[in-house]
Write a protein that binds this ligand. Structure first.
Ligand SMILES: *Cc1c(COP(=O)(O)O)cnc(C)c1O
Length: 434
């Protein structure tokens, strides 16, 4: 399968090149040349298959031509060593819990898949010293760092905005050591993302270093996120609730929801999507006005969605051939400020006993407002609430139990390198580490 750039100004590349390069030379994002519809028999029996079995079928549709079947099976099965259960929160509203992986956020799926696929390509090419650059608004850094921890020949640089991620998030990528370096950037997530993108376009850097990206820019992180939409559908089908499914996706960089749109294009019976934003409502405004105007991000309590220029918007446009009408027909938008997010989290907890995290709260609230008669609403619970401990405890006025997996990270010692928001400093640092 070939991958083309959304900017259509650079050559099509192989899967390997798309994964290793991350971003196309024309700054576009790679897209698969074909999105195959899965056969009806697959959907007929999907409720009898495990998460791993379902995901393997989906993975073959994209990667089957480029990776031997057994290797691909192993990558998929290793990646998905945890479940993504669908849990009923109240009548008609379900939580798709994506926080059962090692770092307790949905990014474990893409992060672990990408780490395994890149390791495979690096070994196949006999490459050494590959540098993975990743900007994080909180959860990507930990998922990617933990996915790559200890992998020979690969060094990961996590760029994160100083003071703008939760303490627990921070310790998940600053305490690992080994082949993981945390760079604490004096700026916002968008600044971190811009530093990474600039690095990929810097000729000198790319001449001397093997650089790649692990943001949802990368097809190896982005496409596997389709897996759990299929798995959610299978679980609902088992309960006879799979008609008129609406997925509400708490969205920042739009990688997660775009993978859902791709699942639908592969034939997954989804009625429609909701994109739930926080105050960074660039996409919400686009839906309303047809005009996309990125702007500087503002800090919110749903910090993993503090994105002012969502990278994957380019993929959404590409999927719907730049038609605002087609996009607005498929996706409804909502935007919530911190006050509403906090009130939602508290009210839902009191009324149902279900503890949301600030991101999932946006998804849940949009379903409360928008779900129509006969629809089944599923919001993506994108991270475990304990990852936002101080915020959540303050809102509900109760202690939150910290899962053991998280506690283990909190015992390590933080190590990070302070970095100014300056590309030349970043470049110097990378070159010095050669
Ligand atoms: C990354 C993240 C999001 C946003 O996902 P995108 O794919 O960037 O839209 C939402 N919630 C949590 C908890 C996240 O970590």
């Amino acid at each position: 399968m070939k991958y083309y750039s959304t900017n259509k100004n650079s050559a099509e590349v192989s899967l390997q090149e798309a994964v290793v390069k991350g971003l196309a030379p024309d700054k576009g994002l790679y897209m698969p040349e074909r999105i195959e519809k899965l056969p009806q028999e697959f959907f007929d029996k999907i409720d009898t298959l495990s998460f791993q079995e379902i995901s393997f079928e989906v993975a073959k549709a994209f990667f089957g031509e480029d990776i031997e079947t057994e290797t691909l099976r192993q990558i998929v099965y290793d990646t998905l060593a945890f479940e993504t259960p669908v849990v009923e929160v109240e009548k008609g509203i379900y939580s798709l819990e994506l926080f059962h992986g090692p770092t307790l956020a949905f990014k474990d799926v893409g992060g672990r898949f990408m780490a395994r696929l890149l390791e495979y390509f690096v070994k196949k090419q006999g490459q050494k010293d590959v540098k993975v650059l990743v900007a994080t608004s909180g959860d990507t850094g930990s998922a990617v760092a933990n996915g790559f921890l200890g992998v020979e020949g690969i060094h990961v640089y996590v760029l994160y905005p100083k003071g703008k991620v939760s303490k627990i998030q921070e310790c998940q990528f600053t305490t690992l050591g080994q082949n993981i370096t945390a760079l604490e950037v004096d700026g916002t997530f968008d600044d971190c993302q811009a530093l990474v993108k600039t690095a990929f376009l810097d000729e000198e850097l790319n001449k001397v270093l093997n650089l790649t990206s692990a943001n949802s820019i990368n097809v190896a992180r982005f496409l596997p996120q389709a897996f759990y939409y299929f798995n959610a559908y299978a679980q609902l089908k088992r309960q006879g609730k799979a008609d008129n499914v609406v997925f509400s996706v708490p969205s920042g960089n739009f990688g997660n929801i775009t993978a859902g749109l791709i699942a639908k294009a592969m034939g997954l019976p989804v009625k429609r999507f909701i994109a739930a934003n926080n105050d960074n409502d660039i996409f919400f405004q686009y839906l309303k006005t047809g005009i996309y105007s990125p702007r500087a991000s503002v800090q919110t309590i749903a910090n993993a969605m503090d994105v002012g220029n969502p990278s994957n918007f380019a993929r959404v446009l590409d999927l719907y051939k730049n038609s605002h009408k087609a996009i607005a027909a498929e996706i409804t938008g909502f935007s919530y400020d911190d006050k509403i997010i906090a009130a939602t989290l508290k009210t839902a907890f009191k009324a149902t006993g279900y503890l949301l995290d600030p991101h999932g709260a946006c998804g849940y609230q949009s379903l409360k407002e928008d779900l129509k008669e006969g629809e089944t609403g599923v919001f993506l619970e994108t991270a475990h609430p304990a990852k936002f401990l101080e915020t959540v405890e303050e809102i509900i006025g109760e202690k939150v139990e910290i899962p053991e997996k998280l506690q283990a990270f909190m015992q390590g010692e933080k190590k990070s390198i302070l970095l100014a928001n300056d590309f030349n400093d970043f470049k110097k640092l990378l070159l010095a580490e050669k």
